[in-house]
Design a protein around this ligand. Structure first.
Ligand SMILES: Cc1ncc(C[n+]2csc(CCOP(=O)(O)OP(=O)(O)O)c2C)c(N)n1
Length: 687
C-alpha cells in the first residue's frame, strides 16, 4: 500500500530520534513528580476508603507503577493522541488529564460522565475528550483495539500516536502477539508499554514467559523497536518514551517499551501476597520503589529542595482530600438506569423507493449494498481474510471493491479472527470509520469471540453511553453445502444471547441489500449472517434490485405467505423450506402463514403473536441444534405472551444435537428437511 512506504532511511530516523531524546528538562521532571505523588496519594486514600466501606469495595493499587505511567502520559499530546491504558495505570490517567475527583468518584461507583458511571469496577478508565476508550477487565483485550485505533490514525493520515499498556502477564495472550504482527505489517503509530512487575497475581514471570521477558520474543518482529528499560529510572524511561512517541508520530511505526518495575502492593484488595511472596521478595520490591528513588535523584540534581518537596507533598495531599470530598457528593447511578444504554438509539433512514431493477441474487445484493455505502460514506471500510483485489472473499461478496475504492478501503487482514474484530472495534471509535468486517465462515468466529462478546457487544453499555461502536461483522453461515462440521455451523442463538449485538439474517436479495445498508448506518455492532446456500439461489431468493436509498429497519419480520391454519416461523434457509412446504400443503387444503423473522435481535415478536391469534398453532424451524436453539426462546415467548391463543403444543423442527457431517446422506440426516417441515405442519393442522 502506498501510504506505508518508508519516507526516510533508518539512519536518518535514528538521528532524528536521538535529537528528540533531549536532555532532561527541569519542568518535565517536576511534572513527573507531581503525577507520581498524586497517584501514590490517591492509592493511599483509596486503600483507606475501602477499609471504610465507602461505596467501592475493590482497590487495585498502582504502587510501584507510578513513574512509567507518568512519563508515558506526559510524552503524549492529550486530546490528540489516543490511550488504552490498563487498570494499573492510574498515574498515566492522572498525567493525561483525568480529574482526581472523577477517578475517586469512579472508584466509589458514582454517576459521573466518565469512567463508566458506576458500571465498571474501579480503574477502568474511559474519557472521550481525552481519547481514552472504555477499558474492559479482560487482560490483553486492549491490544488489538489499540491497533485498530492506530489504523484509523493511519488511514485518516493524522499524526496521532496511540498508547497501549499491559502487565507482563498480558503478553501471554494471543491478542498481544496478533497486535505485534498487525502493527508491524502496517507500520502503525503505536507505543506499546509493558509494565513488567514480575507477577500476574501470584504467578511469577518465570512461570509466565519463555525466556523470562517478552523482549526476546518481541525482537523477532520486523520494524518493532524494543526498549528494555528500568521503569524506575527517570532518564532511561524518558528517553525510551520520547523515542517511541517520536517514531510513531513521524510515521515510522510501532515500538515496544518493556519497563521493569516492582509491584509493591497486593494484586488487589482481595489478594494477600503473603500467600505466595516471601518477606525477602517484598523487601527487595520495596527497595526498588520509584518514588523515593526519584525524590532522591531530584534533590541530588538540585531540581528541587527538601522544603519544596515537603510543601509539594502537603499541598497535593490536600488536593486529593478535597477531590475525595467532592467525589463523595456525587450520587450513585439511579436503579432505573441499570439496563439502559445497551444500544445507542438509532432511527432507520427514510426509505425512498426506486423503480425495481434487474433481478439479482443475494450475493450480488450484498456486493451492491457495500459498494453503494462505500460510495456514500468515505468512512466505510471493508476488511477480512481474502477480501481484497481479484479474489473478493471466498464467496466473492467483496469482489471489485478494492479496484473501485482502493487498497485503503478494502484490504486483507492476517488469518486471525480476533485481529479482525478487535481492529474493527478500534477503528470504529474515531467517529468517522464504519468498519464492515468479514469473518470467512461463522464456524471460525470462535477465535474472535472474546473481542465480539466481551468487548464489542458491551462497549456502549459499560462506557455508560460515552462510546459506541458502529461495526458490521458479516459471516457466511449454515449448512446444506456439504461443508462438514467446520463450514456449516448456525450460530445465531449464541450471538442473540449476548446483550449489545444486533443479529440479522436475510433470506432474499431485496432484504439482504436493504438490511445491510441499514446495518452499516446503525451506530451499534450488527452481526450479519448470510446463508451460504442462498448466495446464488435464484428461484426463491433472487429479487428485482432495490434502489440506493432503500433501507429496511432492523426488527421487522415479514409475513411471506398469509395463512389461517398454522403459523410457521423461520429465518435464513428454513424460510425457503417453509414457503415450499406451505405451497405444497395449500394443494391439500392446509393454509400456512409463513413468517421470516429477518432479524433475531431486535426481535419482532408482535408479528408472530398476531399470526398466532389467527392460527393458534406454531411451528418453528431452524437448522441449528435443537438444544438451546433460538426456537426455544421463541417457544418461551409464545407461552409467556401468547398462551391464550394456543390451540396445540408448539412444535420445532431443528438440526439434531450433533455437529454437521460432510457426507450428503449424513448431512441430510442432521439438518432439517422440507419433508419434515411439511409433515410437522400437516400434523399440527390436524390437532
Ligand atoms: C483474560 C483474563 N484472564 C484472567 C483474568 C483475571 N486477572 C485479572 S488481573 C490478572 C493478572 C494480570 O497480570 P499482569 O498482566 O502481569 O498485570 P499486573 O496485574 O501484574 O499489573 C488476572 C489473571 C482477567 N481479568 N482476564
Amino acid at each position: 500500500m502506498s501510504h506505508y512506504s518508508v519516507k526516510k532511511n533508518r539512519e536518518d530516523l535514528l538521528k532524528d530520534l536521538i535529537d528528540i531524546a533531549r536532555p532532561i528538562q527541569k519542568d518535565f521532571a517536576l511534572k513527573t513528580l507531581d503525577v507520581m505523588l498524586k497517584s501514590r496519594l490517591m492509592d493511599e486514600k483509596m486503600a483507606k476508603l475501602v477499609r471504610q466501606n465507602k461505596g467501592g469495595t475493590f482497590h487495585l493499587g498502582s504502587f510501584g507503577h507510578e513513574m512509567i505511567g507518568a512519563i508515558s502520559s506526559l510524552s503524549l499530546i492529550p486530546g490528540t493522541d489516543w490511550a488504552l491504558p490498563y487498570y494499573r495505570d492510574r498515574s498515566f490517567a492522572i498525567g493525561l488529564g483525568c480529574a482526581l475527583q472523577d477517578l475517586i468518584a469512579a472508584f466509589l461507583a458514582r454517576d459521573i460522565p466518565h469512567h463508566s458511571g458506576g458500571r465498571m469496577m474501579p480503574e477502568h478508565f474511559s474519557e472521550k475528550t481525552l481519547r481514552i476508550p472504555c477499558q474492559s477487565s479482560c487482560v490483553g483485550s486492549q491490544f488489538l483495539q489499540a491497533a485498530g485505533v492506530a489504523m484509523s490514525a493511519l488511514l485518516r493520515k493524522k499524526k496521532e500516536v496511540v498508547y497501549v499498556s499491559g502487565g507482563d502477564g498480558s503478553t501471554s495472550q494471543g491478542d498481544f502477539h496478533e497486535m505485534l504482527n498487525f502493527a508491524c505489517l502496517h507500520r502503525l503509530p503505536l507505543v506499546i508499554v509493558i509494565q513488567d512487575n514480575g507477577w500476574a497475581i501470584s504467578v511469577p514471570v518465570e512461570e509466565q514467559t519463555a525466556g523470562r521477558s517478552i523482549v526476546h520474543m518481541a525482537r523477532g518482529y520486523e520494524g518493532l523497536d524494543v526498549f528494555d528499560i528500568d521503569g524506575c529510572d527517570f532518564l532511561q524511561t524518558q528517553e525510551a518514551l520520547s523515542k517511541a512517541v517520536a517514531k510513531a508520530r513521524e510515521g515510522f511505526g510501532p515500538s515496544l517499551v518493556v519497563a521493569k518495575i516492582p509491584r509493591i502492593s497486593a494484586h488487589s484488595s482481595s489478594d494477600d501476597p503473603k500467600k505466595y511472596k516471601g518477606d525477602d521478595v517484598c523487601q527487595e520490591e520495596i527497595s526498588r520503589d520509584p518514588l523515593p528513588r526519584f525524590e532522591k535523584w531530584l534533590l541530588e540534581n538540585d531540581i528541587l529542595t527538601a522544603d519544596e518537596l515537603s510543601a509539594k507533598k502537603a499541598s497535593l495531599f490536600e488536593e486529593v482530600e478535597k477531590a475525595a470530598v467532592v467525589a463523595d457528593t456525587k450520587p450513585f447511578p439511579a436503579r432505573s438506569s441499570a439496563a439502559t444504554k445497551v444500544f445507542k438509539e438509532f432511527t432507520c433512514p427514510e426509505n425512498k423507493e426506486s423503480p425495481p431493477g434487474e433481478s439479482i441474487v443475494l450475493m450480488d445484493a450484498l456486493n451492491h449494498a457495500l459498494s453503494e455505502e462505500m460510495q456514500r460514506d468515505l468512512g466505510v471500510v471493508v476488511f477480512g481474510e481474502d477480501v481484497a483485489r481479484g479474489k473478493g472473499g471466498v464467496f466473492g461478496i467483496t469482489r471489485s471493491l478494492t479496484e473501485k475504492f482502493g487498497e485503503e478501503r478494502c484490504f486483507n487482514t492476517p488469518l486471525a479472527e480476533s485481529t479482525i474484530i478487535g481492529v474493527a472495534l478500534g477503528l470504529s471509535l474515531d467517529g468517522f470509520h464504519k468498519p464492515v468486517a468479514e469473518i470467512q465462515f461463522a464456524d471460525y468466529s470462535w477465535t474472535g469471540m472474546n473481542q465480539l462478546f466481551n468487548e464489542l457487544a458491551s462497549f456502549h453499555y459499560r462506557s455508560n453511553g460515552e462510546w459506541n461502536c458502529p461495526v458490521v461483522v458479516r459471516m457466511p453461515y449454515g449448512g446444506y453445502i456439504q461443508g462438514g462440521p467446520y463450514h456449516s455451523q448456525s450460530i445465531e442463538a449464541f450471538l442473540s444471547h449476548c446483550p449489545g449485538l444486533k443479529v440479522v439474517i436475510p433470506s432474499n436479495a431485496a432484504d439482504a441489500k436493504r438490511l445491510l445498508k441499514t446495518a452499516i448506518l446503525d451506530p451499534n455492532p450488527v452481526i450479519f449472517l448470510e446463508h451460504k446456500a442462498l448466495y446464488r439461489q435464484r428461484l426463491f431468493c433472487a429479487r428485482p434490485e432495490t434502489g440506493p436509498d432503500e433501507f429496511l429497519p432492523l426488527g421487522k419480520a415479514q409475513v411471506v405467505r398469509e395463512g389461517s391454519d398454522v403459523t410457521f416461523v423461520g429465518w435464513g434457509m428454513t424460510v425457503l423450506m417453509g414457503v415450499e412446504a406451505a405451497d405444497h400443503l395449500m394443494k391439500e387444503g392446509v393454509s400456512v402463514e409463513v413468517i421470516d423473522l429477518r432479524t433475531l435481535v431486535p426481535l419482532d415478536f408482535e408479528t408472530v403473536l398476531n399470526s398466532l391469534k389467527k392460527t393458534g398453532k406454531l411451528l418453528i424451524a431452524h437448522e441449528a441444534p435443537k438444544n438451546c436453539g433460538f426456537g426455544a426462546e421463541l417457544m418461551a415467548r409464545a407461552v409467556e405472551e401468547g398462551f391464550h391463543y394456543l390451540d396445540a403444543p408448539i412444535q420445532r423442527v431443528c438440526g439434531k444435537d450433533c455437529p454437521v457431517p460432510y457426507c450428503k446422506d449424513l448431512e441430510d440426516e442432521v439438518l432439517p428437511q422440507k419433508k419434515e417441515i411439511e409433515d410437522a405442519l400437516r400434523s399440527l393442522s390436524l390437532l
